[in-house]
Design a protein around this ligand. Structure first.
Ligand code: UDP
Length: 241
């Protein structure tokens, strides 16, 4: 297993998709709770001013390089980072393998109705898949315990949580021991994409490493978040030894 590459204080695993999947298989076999984070430039920038997020990421069992910015940063720092492993793609690959392995999955997060639509999509894409529960991601503090009980009762092997960054990582870190699910991943907009609420960039744009630009154009409300990117480039460059 190669050493993590430290980018702005967060260790990112230099793994290919196949290596990430092999690690995930190990987590399923071990049965104890494991946390997977998908680090893109925006998350790494957040972690520079959010100590709690930074320590959760550094304590995660696997941190995949989600995003062209993360791969660029590793290379700029002189480290090896074989390829981008997008959280969306990782979740799909794990789901693709779930029916033959008999794994149960829970979808938690996104707006009311979206996780249910994503479940239908998963059932179409991966025949025989067992999505044992869904729950939307808008809840009050009073409702939290009942969500935890719902997930525990369902006894999933995989928990996908879409509450946005850093809420999903903090929620999982706080509850993963109690939930006792072997593999949990914060998946951001994954259910929105599966439900057709949000689109991923066409492959040629992904290959041109411009998916971030495509997303900003589709969701102008988020365009302000793009400012994090030049800051990220500047900070990574400044951190070069
Ligand atoms: N979301 C949620 N509860 C919240 C905030 C967000 O379920 O309190 C969902 C939102 O509906 C979306 C997902 O979290 O499906 C990701 O949100 P966003 O795109 O803002 O996240 P990021 O890009 O930071 O992962």
């Amino acid at each position: 297993m190669r050493d993590r590459v430290e980018i702005l204080g967060v260790g990112v695993d230099p793994v290919t998709m196949d290596e990430a999947l092999a690690r995930v298989e190990g987590f399923f076999s071990a049965r104890s709770p494991h946390l997977i984070a998908t680090a893109n430039a925006e998350m790494l920038m957040n972690a520079t001013h959010d100590d709690q997020l930074r320590s959760i990421l550094n304590g995660a069992d696997l941190v995949v390089p989600d995003g062209a910015g993360t791969v660029w940063a590793a290379h700029h720092l002189g480290a090896d980072m074989p390829e981008r492993v997008a959280g969306y793609d990782l979740a799909q690959e794990i789901m693709r393998r779930a029916p033959s392995a008999g794994r149960k999955i829970f979808f938690f997060g996104s707006a009311p109705g979206v996780a249910d639509k994503a479940k239908l999509k998963a059932e179409q894409l991966y025949p025989g898949i067992s999505i044992v529960g869904t729950r939307n991601g808008y809840f009050s503090a009073d409702e939290e315990q009942s969500i935890i009980e719902q997930i525990k009762r369902a006894q999933p092997d995989l928990l996908l949580v879409a509450l946005g960054v850093p809420k999903q990582e903090k929620w999982l870190a706080a509850h993963m021991d109690e939930l006792n699910v072997p593999v949990s991943i914060g998946v951001g907009g994954t259910f929105d994409v599966m439900a057709g609420v949000m689109k991923r960039a066409p492959l040629w744009i992904q290959r041109a490493k411009l998916e971030w630009l495509f997303r900003a154009m589709l969701q102008p409300k988020r365009a302000g978040r793009l400012l994090a990117l030049p800051k990220f480039v500047f900070k990574v460059h400044a951190s070069r030894k």
